[in-house]
Design a protein around this ligand. Structure first.
Ligand code: NAD
Ligand code: DAU
Length: 366
């Protein structure tokens, strides 16, 4: 039976996946999910968040079905007030520090947001969702968004399943693993109705241009070096962001309480092969010379502790809940490049301020 979800708190709704999730749920994506309730977007607007990404949503639904609350998930009193103000019955928790390179250079923010922030949200939910007899309600849901990186790194063969032991290897993945454990502990200890999903690499519109695909697209357009870490043969499993969000929505509605589900693209690419495919697409769409772009490829020092290969087995989600990917890599990359070609204002906006300062300080101009 489908869960009834009416007042959904989306944390991190001004970031890459959160923005796409809100647009998807309110019918601005290519699929039209059946949702009639409200969305409350709680986001601290760090360097990675941009409230303007949801201007059209604000225009169509602001004050009726869409509400924005700026604040930190680690601020107990603030989160509690938001729960009360909107009678929150569902949490979908995207907010996080999400970039591995940043976690290597400065892990503290990852512990604060990903570990302590998740703890605060869980604890507010545990207190807010008690019935008159003091029992935790079971008609509510805390959906925690996690990553395949908690499982560590694979060799040439094999896949991460829901029972693969955790083996996080960067401060980012360790902080996400800690948050996953807290979520599971709140289920076992307090009977909080939770679900967890662990997804592979996402790509698509509104992704902050520090992550591989948007960084490379923009550097190609701006004739800047294309920095490939190590030998370029690390493998990632890529999924179009709308397919991730349709999986999350399927799980939120029909997933079993207390369970975890892996989400993946079943679409493994070596970084260097992906970069070459992307170069062809950007050249075709921008009119730039393909060989000139290719000459920008620059092998640089490897990321410390760089995980070699990620690959998700998402057969549980497919078999039990009937989800499947709908956007091919070719189609998804094409849509993504088109989006970055036609959203210069968004790019300038998100790159202003702290981002440019941080990138220049840590990497030089890229
Ligand atoms: P992102 O970095 O683009 O966005 C994160 C958002 O969280 C931003 O809007 C930011 O302002 C907000 N935020 C950060 N700290 C906060 C705090 N203390 N309080 C409130 N808001 C805060 O991240 P993303 O790529 O959209 O990832 C979203 C979630 O999905 C994360 O939990 C991440 O671990 C997970 N995930 C991401 C991917 C991927 O490929 N991007 C894959 C699997 C899982
Ligand atoms: O697997 C899911 C994870 O995917 C998410 O949990 C993270 O939030 C998300 O950032 C992503 O992590 P990765 O480290 O895999 O993504 P990133 O885009 O940083 O890097 C992808 C691959 O490309 C990785 O092998 C490192 C490499 N890379 C990255 C950058 C930014 C380069 O070679 N050059 C670069 O400049």
């Amino acid at each position: 039976m489908k869960r009834k979800l009416t007042n959904i708190l989306v944390t991190g709704g001004a970031g890459f996946i959160g923005v796409n999730f809100i647009r998807f749920l309110l019918g601005e994506g290519s699929s039209k999910p059946d949702y009639k309730g409200r969305i409350i977007n709680l986001d601290a607007l760090t360097y990675a968040g941009n409230a303007a990404s949801l201007n059209s949503i604000e225009k169509s639904f602001g004050g009726t079905r869409y509400f924005f609350e700026k604040g930190d998930i680690g601020d107990h009193a603030f989160v509690e007030a938001v729960f009360q103000k909107y009678s929150i019955d569902t949490v979908v928790h995207f907010a996080a520090e999400s970039h591995v390179d940043r976690s290597i250079l400065g892990p503290e923010a990852f512990i604060k947001t990903n570990v302590l922030g998740t703890f605060t949200l869980l604890d507010v939910a545990r207190n807010a969702w008690k019935d008159s007899a003091g029992q935790i309600r079971q008609d509510v849901l805390f959906h925690h968004i996690s990553t395949d990186e908690v499982y560590g790194s694979l060799g040439e063969t094999g896949y991460f399943t829901e029972t693969t032991p955790y083996d996080p290897r960067s401060p980012y993945s360790a902080s996400k693993a800690a948050s996953d454990h807290l979520v599971m502990a709140y289920r076992h200890t307090y009977n909080l109705p939770i679900i967890l999903s662990n997804c592979s690499n996402n790509y698509g519109p509104y992704q902050f241009p520090e992550k591989l695909i948007p960084l490379m697209v923009l550097n190609m357009l701006e004739d800047k070096p294309l920095p490939v870490y190590g030998d370029g043969k690390n493998i990632r499993d890529w999924l179009y962001v709308e397919d991730h969000n349709s999986a999350v929505w399927t799980i939120m509605q029909n997933g079993k309480t207390g369970e975890k589900y892996n989400i993946g693209g079943e679409n493994e690419w070596e970084n260097i092969k992906l970069l070459n495919a992307l170069i062809e697409i950007v050249a075709k769409k921008s009119g730039k010379d393909v060989e000139k772009i290719r000459s920008l490829i620059t092998y640089v020092k490897d990321r410390p502790g760089h995980d070699r290969r990620y690959a998700i087995d998402c057969s549980k989600l497919k078999k039990e809940l009937g989800w499947k990917q709908t956007v091919s890599f070719e189609e998804g990359l094409g849509r993504t490049v088109d989006w970055y070609l036609s959203n210069r204002e968004w790019i300038n906006d998100i790159r202003s301020g702290e981002y440019q300062h941080w990138v220049e300080k840590n990497y030089g101009v890229r």
